[in-house]
Design a protein around this ligand. Structure first.
Ligand code: MEV
Length: 442
């Protein structure tokens, strides 16, 4: 049972591990060994990881996989993906190959606007607030000049501030809705610093606005924070080909296959239970690249799901149609990511991932990530409407089951061949494994 502890963060790393071993590990020595096994032998590199967060005790590995052959706007890309789910990289590779032979992926950035808001309460006359805002708007922007200087030099900065009256949703609630262009940076720190300065200036200026009553001068700043909902920071990725080129060779005509994909997307649009899983499959591809490139996958997830629900009901992030004999499949998704700042120059594997991607700009990376999501969804739907998902999934999962059973390299090789033409189930693998061991023992 967990016990409370004071001043944990002040303990040394060794003391923290000792505390854990004493209070939480079932086998004290074994737990300590696992923690130490995952340390990096390069002390400098370990310290770098230690300092990413508070109370680091070890490193938590995810596999970094590679999905090659992504033809995007006529150029090949090799995509790094950090993910633990067995079938995701394999599915990406398959979809890449499939569309490589059908013209590849096309992409387009539709917008790069980031958003931040100062949330405040104003107890007074709305028209006076509007007058106040229009008088001090340029002052609000100017008050951030020292923060925005470098960004402005590069062509970015604050693009606008509007006053939004939200009192119909919550009594006396208003916002300063601020929009930003942050170029190759994700920009969270930049945006939050600007917002906090804007809020401070706003509050100070209100004290001196002659038309305000004492109560009005006392407007209450509640909080200043960027929004992870960025419906104008959008990228589109698509594939298309003649329906007849969708030759599946899986007891389905190309037309029937195309229609099934269109129907599968229609089902996700009609039914939120399906849409959530459908979009989860898309995020398998997206998160993996977002993580490998050192971006914030929680921000991307939150924004993507909000976008999926923008119509008022939760729908598919991808779209499919057949028009004049052409099959079209595409995604539109908000992706506020960066290729400079944050972890991008700190984490050696993030740096390497960006190198693999040929040091993309944020806009280029948005396009690559959207493609990874679209490819993943195509691969999932392709399996779902033909053989079912389990065949491919269990093929990739076989290694996990064999590892759980402690199979040797020779046994793994045997079972990969054995299961080439058989259905893989968890219990089936266990019993085949036990039979092999019994046979070998006799
Ligand atoms: C599994 O991680 C993802 C899928 O469930 C996605 C889908 O159903 O579309 C296969």
């Amino acid at each position: 049972m967990a016990i409370p502890v004071n001043g944990f963060s002040k303990l040394t790393k060794d003391q923290k591990i000792e505390w854990l071993a004493k209070n939480h590990f079932i086998n004290k020595e074994e737990g300590k060994t696992i923690v130490a096994q995952y340390w990096n032998s390069d002390a400098k590199l370990q310290l770098l990881h230690d300092e990413f967060i508070e109370n680091t005790i070890s490193n938590f590995y995810l596999p970094l996989g590679i999905a090659p052959n992504f033809l995007i706007n006529g150029k090949y890309h090799t995509i790094p993906m950090a993910i633990e789910e067995s079938s995701v990289v394999a599915a990406a590779g398959k979809a890449a190959k499939y569309w490589q032979q059908r013209g590849g992926f096309k992409t387009e950035v539709l917008g790069t606007e980031k958003i931040g808001q100062v949330h405040f309460m104003f107890y007074g006359d709305n028209s006076k607030l509007e007058t106040f805002f229009s008088e001090i708007k340029s002052k609000l922007i100017a008050s951030t000049n020292d923060i925005t200087e470098n960004m402005r030099k590069r062509g970015g900065g604050i693009t606008d501030i509007t006053l939004r009256n939200k009192a119909s949703k919550l009594n006396s609630y208003y916002q300063l809705h601020c929009t930003f262009e942050t170029l190759d940076a994700m920009g969270a720190n930049f945006i939050n610093s600007c917002l906090e300065r804007i809020a401070k200036t706003f509050k100070e200026e209100a004290q001196h606005f002659s038309l305000f009553t004492t109560e009005e001068k006392d407007l209450e700043i509640v909080m200043s924070i960027l929004s992870n909902y960025v419906p104008n920071c959008i990228v589109k990725a698509s594939v298309s080909c003649k329906v007849e080129d969708l030759n599946e060779d899986k007891n389905l005509t190309p037309k029937a296959f195309a229609e099934k994909i269109v129907r599968a997307v229609a089902i996700a649009n009609a039914e939120p239970h399906r849409a959530v899983t459908h979009n989860k499959g898309i995020m398998n591809g997206i998160d993996a690249v977002v993580l490998a490139t050192g971006n914030d996958f929680r921000a991307i997830e939150a924004g993507a799901h909000a976008y999926a629900a923008k119509s008022g009901s939760y729908k598919s992030l991808t779209h499919a149609e057949i028009e004049n004999g052409i099959f079209k499949f595409w995604i539109e998704i908000p992706l506020a990511i960066g290729t400079v700042g944050g972890l991008t120059s700190l984490h050696p594997l993030v740096k390497l991932s960006l190198e693999i991607l040929e040091k993309p700009s944020a806009e280029e990376l948005m396009q690559i990530i959207a493609v990874a999501g679209l490819a993943q969804n195509f691969a999932a739907l392709r399996s779902l409407v033909t053989d079912g998902i389990q065949k491919g999934h269990m093929k990739m999962h076989l290694m996990n089951i064999l590892n759980q059973l402690g199979a040797t390299a020779k046994e793994k090789e045997y079972f990969v061949t054995y299961y080439k033409d058989k259905t893989i189930t968890h219990s089936g693998v266990i019993s085949a494994f036990n039979s092999l061991r019994e046979k070998d023992a006799s």
